[in-house]
Structure formats: C-alpha cells, structure tokens
Ligand binder design. Structure first.
Ligand SMILES: Cc1ncc(COP(=O)(O)O)c(C=O)c1O
Ligand SMILES: N[C@@H](CCSC[C@H](N)C(=O)O)C(=O)O
Length: 450
C-alpha cells in the first residue's frame, strides 16, 4: 500500500479543513446564543484573545512529504477555519463554510446541479438569486420552476424525480412573505428523497432562525448583511448537518477558489460577536417604525405586525421579526419622493447594517428582474423597503415623517396626518386619491406623530 504524500492535506479536496462544532465554555452544556456568539477559543500559540489574521497564501511543510495542517490559503487558512467552526456552532450545523459573497454561496450550491436537473423556487426572490437561476436555465440545461412557496402544496406539486434543489427564502425579499420550511421539507423529502431543501436565511440570520433544525439540508446566507453588520465586508456562509454534502460544497470552494480571504474572515468574526445586541436594537426599532406607518394608514409588510397574514407561521419558526419591512404608497412618484427626502435613512441597497437604509426594490435590488416578470409576480412598483438600523428611534421616525410630508404621501388631518388612501385598499397597495394635490411644502413636523 503506498504511503499517502502530505497525509494531513486532503489532496482530493474533500474534507480539509474540518469544521466540527467548536469551543464552548463548558463542552456539552447548551448556552444562550448571545453567549455562544461572543465566546471563542482559538488555541492560538500566544493565547491571543482575538484570532489573528493569517495573511499568508502558503504554509511551509515540515518535510518534502508534507506534514503541515495547512498548505495554501485557497484550500484552508487558520483564520477562516476558526470562523467556520464558530459559525457551525451558531448555525446548528456540523460544518460551515465561508465564501466571498452571498451570491458566491448560492453559486457553490448550484454547482451540485447537473444538466437536466430541476429547481423549484419561489416567485418572490432576491433579484440576484433570480438572475443566477435564470442564467442556469438559459445556459446550463437546468429547469427552474417559480411557484408560490407560501403554499406547500404548490411546491409539492412541482416536485418530480428530476428535482435536485428546492430553494426557499423566508421572509421573502422584498414582499416579506413567509414560507413554511418544516411543511415543505417534509413534503419534498417524501416526494423525492434525493432533493435537497436549501434555505436562504439572510433576512433573519442565525440569531433569529436555524433552518437546519427545521428540516433544511443546506442553509446559506449573505454574511454581508446581519452577520457582518457594518457594510464593510462582502461574505457568504454555507452550513449543513450532513457532512457528505459539506464535503461536496468544500470541494467546489477549493476547486474554484472562492473561499473568504483572511482579512474578511477577521472582520466577519468581529461582526458576529455583536450580532445579538445589534439585532435586538434593530428589531425593536423596526417594530416601532412598522407600527408608526401602519397607524398612519400605510399598507406595511412586516412579520412583527399582527396584521401580517402569516404572523403565526413566522413565529412558529423564528425567534424574531427581523428588521426589514416594506410599505406601499400607491404611487411610484410619491414613493420616489419619500426615498429622496430622507436624511438619516440612506438610499442604498442591502440591509442588516447598523445604519438605516431606504430603497425602491423595483429600481434597485430587484431591477434585474424585468418589468414584465415583476408584474406577473405582483411586485408593486411603488414598494418602498426600509432596513432598520440602530439609531435613536425618535430620530428615525422624525426623519421618515418629514419625508412622508415633503413627498406628499400623507394629508394633514385634525388629529395629525394619514396616508392619502387610508381605507382604500386595492390590489397591490393603497390607492392614492388623484383628485387632490399632494402636499409639497412640508409643514412643521413632530406634532401629531405617533
Ligand atoms: C436574500 C438575499 N440573498 C442573497 C443575497 C446575495 O448576497 P451578496 O450581496 O452578499 O452576494 C442578497 C443580497 O445581496 C439577499 O438579499
Ligand atoms: N447591483 C446589485 C444590487 C445588489 S442588491 C443587495 C441586496 N441583496 C438587497 O436586497 O438590497 C446587483 O446587481 O446584484
């Protein structure tokens, strides 16, 4: 039997480096997530409290036949392994892997597909996800079925022997629809045991939901959002319970070279330590903003509101509502004026940042979905998305209220102000009265705001 060269290095690229569940203050005891997020042991040679950045492309070996734990950063790097082990712990996974972006993570997942395979996914999806799936359908012989994933029966009806992946987002981006992961996972696995249920958990993060515990086979997310939290890193995370799937995902990462570089790993690790406290503040701010808008007559989509049609389903899976909400004005021009009038709310794509952001998904994050498809999928063109940060809540509401008034999105009443279309709900949003001129000069704000 020939002796394997480089015995500690997996030349086939399957199981190196491993990322089993890592450090815990007392192994075997389950701590609250807020504790696990900040607790890490690095086994660093100098006992550094923060895992150092191993900014090295190569690692010297002890002999010509290898002997080192690492050889080349594309294949593995101590800073990356440390982060992956930490993520495996907080994502309830046996293995986690980090790559260069959220789309990079989805790309790694879709490399499991072969020509002729089918994907079943939602009809409300992040624009970039839709774009990658469309590319695969156009160029790689993959059939993609977009169905209403809020109805598990629609998903089940689309499953057949060719189904390789079922890709879910919940809450969906940007319509904030909720998808029943356990019901769908059970139905998919019963109909086709070979099909993998993949969940994009970007909107909630491991702080609020662990899709692997709800029946998903693979969870991925854009770590650019909540995990990082400061909009200074692009990163993607993948996590699995089944190590065979983990090996396949790692193979692609090593083979294609999309593993997250050490500097980014360091920044992401630092961001993760404050996830609990950021998320807590962002959620309470989001709840207050959602209630403010709803109280003034806007149609608001947010799972923290009792009026959300799938409120109970969301809370059966998640530990919080998140901090992304959307609302409609009934008029694209009015929505554009609101977006253009805010000062604290930055006009920007993305979410999960400590800063509050405002955007028009149809013009920005979801512009890559063509207008005809957006219309077929009932995406209101006037929809405004708010991604709530950690600022003072009175300042956030005051800035939004000023923008609503300046944009002419509300009319002044004896008691304060209300959306023009209060009570006049039509398909796709709130009807704005067109027979009255919108208010364009901003009256003094503050009085009457709730
Ligand atoms: C739900 C969702 N998934 C995935 C992505 C892709 O992540 P990234 O921008 O890090 O590639 C995004 C946003 O970009 C997103 O909103
Ligand atoms: N120009 C980018 C748009 C990124 S959108 C980022 C984020 N997912 C969001 O929903 O805001 C692109 O073409 O991908």
């Amino acid at each position: 039997m020939s002796k394997k060269p480089f015995p500690n290095i997996d030349l086939d690229g399957h199981d190196f480096p491993p990322s089993p569940a890592p450090s815990s203050p007392r192994p075997g005891r389950k701590y609250a997530l807020a504790t696990e997020l900040v607790y890490t042991e690095s086994n660093d040679q100098y006992n550094a409290s923060s895992m150092p950045i191993y900014q090295s492309a190569t690692f010297k070996q002890t002999s010509g036949s290898g002997g080192g734990e690492y050889d080349y950063t594309r294949s593995g790097n101590p800073t990356r392994t440390h982060l992956e082990r930490h993520l495996a712990k907080i994502m309830s996974a046996s293995r986690a892997l980090v790559v260069s972006s959220g789309m990079g993570a989805l790309d790694v997942v879709t490399r499991l597909l072969r020509p002729g395979d089918e994907v079943v996914t939602g009809d409300d999806l992040y624009g970039g996800t839709n774009r990658l799936l469309k590319y695969l359908a156009t160029n790689n012989g993959i059939t993609v079925h977009h169905v209403d994933t809020t109805n598990p029966e629609s998903v089940r009806a689309a499953i057949n022997t060719k189904t390789a992946l079922v890709l879910l987002e919940t809450p969906t981006n940007p319509l904030i629809k909720i998808v029943d992961i356990p019901a769908i996972a059970t139905a998919v696995h019963a109909a086709n045991p070979g099909a993998l249920v993949v969940v994009d958990n970007t909107m909630l993060s491991p702080m609020l939901m662990n899709p692997l515990d709800l029946g998903a086979d693979i969870v991925y997310e854009s770590a650019t959002k909540y995990l990082c939290g400061h909009h200074d890193v692009m990163a993607g995370v993948l996590a699995v319970k089944d190590e065979t799937i983990g090996d396949k995902l790692f193979f692609t990462i090593n083979a294609t070279g999309c593993g997250l570089p050490p500097n980014e790993c360091f920044l992401l690790m630092r961001g993760i330590k404050t996830l609990a406290i950021r998320m807590e503040k962002q959620q309470s701010n989001a709840q207050a903003v959602a209630e403010f808008l709803e109280a003034h007559g806007f149609r608001v989509r947010f799972p923290g509101l009792k009026s959300h049609p799938q409120h109970a389903l969301h809370w059966s899976m998640a530990r919080g509502a998140g901090a992304v909400l959307s609302f409609e004005t009934g008029n694209v021009d009015v929505s554009e004026r609101i977006v253009g009038s805010t000062k604290i709310w930055g006009i920007s794509v993305s979410f999960g940042c400590v800063n509050s952001l405002i955007s028009m998904p149809c013009r920005m994050s979801h512009a890559s979905i063509d207008a005809k498809t957006r219309a077929e999928r009932h995406m209101p063109e006037d929809i405004v998305r708010l991604c709530v940060g950690i600022e003072d809540i009175s300042d956030l509401i005051d800035d939004l209220q000023t923008a609503l008034v300046q944009a002419g999105a509300v009319r002044i009443t004896a008691d304060g102000f209300e959306a023009w279309g209060t009570g006049q709900t039509v398909a796709g949003g709130v009807q704005v009265k067109t027979d009255e001129e919108p208010v364009v000069d901003a009256p003094e704000v503050g009085a009457g705001a709730s």
